[in-house]
Design a protein around this ligand. Structure first.
Ligand SMILES: NC(=O)c1ccc[n+]([C@@H]2O[C@H](COP(=O)([O-])OP(=O)(O)OC[C@H]3O[C@@H](n4cnc5c(N)ncnc54)[C@H](OP(=O)(O)O)[C@@H]3O)[C@@H](O)[C@H]2O)c1
Length: 308
């Protein structure tokens, strides 16, 4: 297949591109800078210069492809406080790509996050692929993509665990927790830290994107989750051990001052199942789980957030 990948130069994209190429696909990667274009060329992908806001260009590129994987997201705008703008841009890009693919039965694989399900209160059991939310910041995009199945698009949404981890992860939630622990002299968790976060290795996630674009049925919600839910306290204790720092319980009202932009998520209990995803796609995570990957040490070799 000839696959258009947005966000191809990012953390997850940089694993998805070799995964696709290794399986014999052609990759066209969207790049908005010379640096990203050079990285994609070096990886063996064809480069499409452009921006998420170039809706006509996105649509035309999607129409020329056999399938699309959409990973780009305006994280910079989000971190600058314009989450609504980032969400809006994402929705417009989805509409442009979806419109170009309508009636083609081509694959359109999108990205969502599992934390929404925990925030919605699904905590008494592991959330499944059948759990559907009606509203929420990135839920509108998820539901818009799924609805494209009725317009002749093989649309798929992959709900990713908040901790997508590997040596490729230099700026995600894991490095952020490590940076905060370094700055604060302790790895914090809220209350008893029994709330659970799921996780997935970047290379396992990349394989799921490939399987999804190759053959997932139209309208599928898939879970990019290997560790179903690790107690936040265990994550903090592991980070603390690696840094030679204590883990520390903080009161819920202190979370805002300790977790930076993660404050709204640090207390979320988010148990997630990927049983249905595995059954549907044949996906089996094979790479190390989060705790083993943290204990491997690569996250702690240089200050979190620095280029590897
Ligand atoms: N990483 C995780 O743990 C995690 C967990 C849950 C969900 N997700 C979601 O998974 C997706 C991929 O995440 P990631 O970690 O790979 O993100 P990332 O490393 O921040 O990469 C973002 C990608 O989007 C591109 N991009 C940003 N703004 C753009 C624009 N205006 N036009 C075109 N391209 C643009 C970036 O290009 P440049 O190279 O030019 O910057 C980069 O390729 C996102 O939707 C993210 O929210 C990630």
């Amino acid at each position: 297949m000839r696959v258009l990948v947005t966000g191809a130069s990012g953390h997850i994209g940089s694993a998805v591109v070799p995964e696709l190429l290794g399986a014999g696909h052609e990759v066209v990667g969207l790049a908005r800078s010379d640096r990203s274009a050079a990285a994609l060329e070096a990886a063996g992908a064809e480069v499409l210069r452009g921006d998420l806001d170039d809706l006509d260009g996105l649509g035309a590129a999607a129409a020329r492809a056999d399938g699309v994987i959409h990973l780009a997201f305006k994280h910079e705008a989000m971190f600058a406080g314009d989450y609504a703008g980032a969400i809006d841009a994402d929705l417009r890009a989805i509409e442009a790509i979806g419109g170009a693919l309508a009636g083609s039965d081509k694959a359109f694989v999108n990205t969502a996050g599992s934390l929404s399900l925990g925030l919605a209160g699904i905590t008494d059991r592991a959330a499944t692929e059948d759990d559907v939310l009606q509203a929420g910041p990135r839920i509108e995009a998820e539901n818009a993509v799924i609805a494209l199945a009725d317009r002749g698009v093989r649309s798929v949404v992959i709900r990713l665990a908040p901790l997508v981890h590997s040596t490729l992860d230099t700026q995600g939630f894991g490095p952020t927790l490590i940076r905060l622990a370094r700055e604060q002299g302790a790895a914090a968790y809220v209350g008893d830290g029994a709330n659970r976060w799921p996780a997935v290795h970047t290379r396992d996630a990349a394989r799921l994107y490939r399987l999804a674009v190759e053959s997932a049925p139209a309208g599928s919600r898939l879970h990019g989750v290997a560790d179903e839910g690790i107690a936040f306290r265990e994550i903090a204790e592991t980070i603390g051990r690696q840094l030679g720092l204590p883990a520390q319980s903080v009161a819920p009202e202190e979370a805002g001052g300790r977790f930076s932009f993660l404050a709204g998520f640090a207390q979320v209990d988010n148990p997630m199942s990927s049983a249905r995803t595995q059954e549907l796609t044949g996906w089996r995570p094979t790479h190390p789980g989060l705790i083993a990957d943290l204990e491997e040490g690569h996250y702690f070799a240089a200050p979190a957030g620095a280029e590897a």
